[in-house]
Write a protein that binds this ligand. Sequence first.
Ligand SMILES: Cc1cc2nc3c(=O)[nH]c(=O)nc-3n(C[C@H](O)[C@H](O)[C@H](O)COP(=O)(O)OP(=O)(O)OC[C@H]3O[C@@H](n4cnc5c(N)ncnc54)[C@H](O)[C@@H]3O)c2cc1C
Length: 291
Amino acid sequence: MRIDEIIGLGKPAVSFEFFPPKSDAGFAQLYQAINELHAINPTYVSVTYGAGGSTRQKTVELVGRIQNELKIRSMAHLTCVGHTADEIGGILDELWNSGIRNVLALRGDPPAGQSQFVATEGGFAYADQLVRFVRERHPFCIGVAGYPEGHPQCLNKTRDLEHLKRKVDNGGCFVITQLFFDNVEFYRFRDAAREMGIKAPIVAGIMPSLNVAQIKRFISMCGAKIPQPLLVRLEAMEGDPEAVYAAGVEHATRQCQDLLANGVDGLHFYTLNKSKATVQICKALNPPHAA
Ligand SMILES: Cc1cc2nc3c(=O)[nH]c(=O)nc-3n(C[C@H](O)[C@H](O)[C@H](O)COP(=O)(O)OP(=O)(O)OC[C@H]3O[C@@H](n4cnc5c(N)ncnc54)[C@H](O)[C@@H]3O)c2cc1C
């Protein structure tokens, strides 16, 4: 079922993001996490596409399995990295033929060691081109990415929003944001997007900060900021993993409560294939979400 038949209609969506593991042990942990998170009754789940297209086949297989065997509404991420349009067309055909109806259309990051994204010959330079291509290939519901604190490669936030608008105008049905820790950034972004005429539902990306070194690594890659008081608090606890975990869950829970109170269209949890923190947060919220 298409996600846009159920999202943005009043009840907030709750979704979980997974990545294709590299090993059998990783798959066992993932299926355990999916099993535990299934009990929350998510609106949908999504499966990432490895940097450089490295998980191409695993993404297609995993998303199909979650959709067809576990019967959970699913979305496949897809990037332009290293692919010609013909190759992307083949992946879209495979997804469509295996019953997937939702695709998150992304440009992707430059491969490791490169600072600038270079389009593959015969491929796409920006996600808005991929969105149009996906829409013309099959009637997918298309999600696109948004950046409350601006995309790191676009220093002008208005320009970045214009690029987001083009993705929506080309066929993007809803927006999922990059992770953020300060809701003020999200509200500013949402207001600015609405002023610019972006009407699509905007889903907030949530990642609890459960490990100080890991979260610093993520934010250095994606351009999000940790509010100074939270960072100071987490750094003071760095030698005590349980305290860091508890503080991370507490902050994310408060963030989600505030977002729900302010009419967010959905909460998208970056689970890193683990269920414990996300289950704890969702149980504390207990929102009547769209499922
Ligand atoms: C929810 C979410 C899920 C993600 N999942 C994955 C994943 O599964 N796999 C993965 O590899 N990455 C993933 N990413 C990361 C994403 O691929 C990177 O953030 C990437 O750098 C940008 O992708 P995009 O689709 O936003 O690109 P775009 O929308 O194309 O934007 C990229 C940059 O180009 C600028 N831009 C856009 N259009 C134009 C234009 N016409 N002219 C000039 N500049 C332009 C934008 O302002 C921005 O700075 C995800 C990100 C999010 C938020």
